[in-house]
Design a protein around this ligand. Sequence first.
Ligand SMILES: *Cc1c(COP(=O)(O)O)cnc(C)c1O
Length: 499
Amino acid sequence: MKTAVQPAEQAAPSERKTRVVRSNCRGMLPLTAKLEPWITELCHGTTLPALVHEHGSPLNVLNTEPFQRNVTALYDVAQAQGLDFDVYFARKANKCLAFVDTANKLGCGVDTASLEELQQVLQSQVPAEKIICTAAIKSETLLRLCIISGVTIAVDNLDELMQTAILAEELNRRANVAVRLSGFQHQKKKLPSRFGFDIDEILPLLQDLRDDALNCLPYLNLIGVHFHLDGYSQAQRISAIQQLLPLIDELRAREFPIQFLDIGGGFPMRYLESRTEWDTFWQTQQQALLGEHAPLTYRNHGLGLTPVEGTLIGKPNCYPYYQNPVQADWFEQILTSACEAGTIAESLRKRQIQLRCEPGRSILDGCGFTVARVESRKQQATGDWLIGVSMNRTQCRTSSDDFLVDPLLIPATEKSPLPRTPAGISGYLVGAYCTESELLSLRKLQFPHGVGLGDLIVFPNTAGYFMHFLESRSHQFPLARNVIFDAHIRQYTRDAIDA
Ligand SMILES: *Cc1c(COP(=O)(O)O)cnc(C)c1O
């Protein structure tokens, strides 16, 4: 018997397989998911039903190969610009330790957002200089661990800075810190943020600290300047970098040893195949909310928009599931945009400053999906069907209103004693929490081949935030298990985070 490992490329599914896997469930209107070959492949055959049988529903299935590809693409772009560059993976976007290990193997860093995240990353043998702590709230315990282990602290405010200095003095160490900055001017307005020091106040503040009797600066190594902006705007990041370069010069002139500029995360990604589908969905959604089209969502949910006297107010409270450019292309455009007499890349090179970033979601693109089993079907008086699925809303949710990507339906491999629904039904996926609003997707879905008990529903591309960010154990439901697919050995192992 041949035991040679099949290269992943050889398993690339045919277009037909992709079409088949998308054919059993589509949105009303469709928002067709971008699918990685490994996901399409796994949606055929008996492996996935066996995994759900073994591990329960829902189940998160993950693969670190696309992560490596996504990270490498960023390094390639920076290298082509001659930059000293490092990626710090924002691990709050996915809790699995497989990604921490992969980041470590790739030699890139990790951004941690809590004491527990940091402890785990240190236990995974990630070197301290490859870790930054950007936790929004930092307890004394967390600050101590950062200082003792030599992890860089992204400091948000003056209390945090002073507390860090006091603890460092007590521990007889110098703490590595980066100041988080905000309040950048963009299009003649200041960008508002809850985070960071105001860019206009940091120099006087550091001067005051130098003059202060407490004299805390000797305990701080101010080695970096950091920002992380809400949203996905290239132009805002360009503004921020342009305003930080002169600040870095000023800081260095005052003998602060600034080594890096960290531009945070928020690198955009794309979940959908088609811009036309995305645009059409939102145009029709607006018509539906104004009563000019049949509702696309449960009880005509606005997804952020509210009709008021014949017009719509608000803005979509949803990720831009289709956007362009994304990832490395988006990043390259920032580096090559105009700055001073040349480009941003040139301005960074000239200063011999390291560029860092902290992407989470976008480097998890293609790295995972969530699968759950259909347990019931019923038709409502309105004619719509409700498909009961054993998972709850928090297992595929972020702070935005809905997951605007069509799920996939995989017909059960074992015959059910109960008949399938008729073909061509439409309705909604409902979950396990006991509330009226417990919908797994607010969008109305169509099932051209009906729905049977034991069918599997796959939510594609959920590795970035969707599977873990809001997951809860309400009703005492266990958290979903996480299995890692190793494409080389074609095996599935549980991630160590579940241990
Ligand atoms: C959440 C967060 C990130 C990651 O953002 P993505 O949108 O996932 O790329 C990076 N840095 C900080 C400080 C964050 O809070």
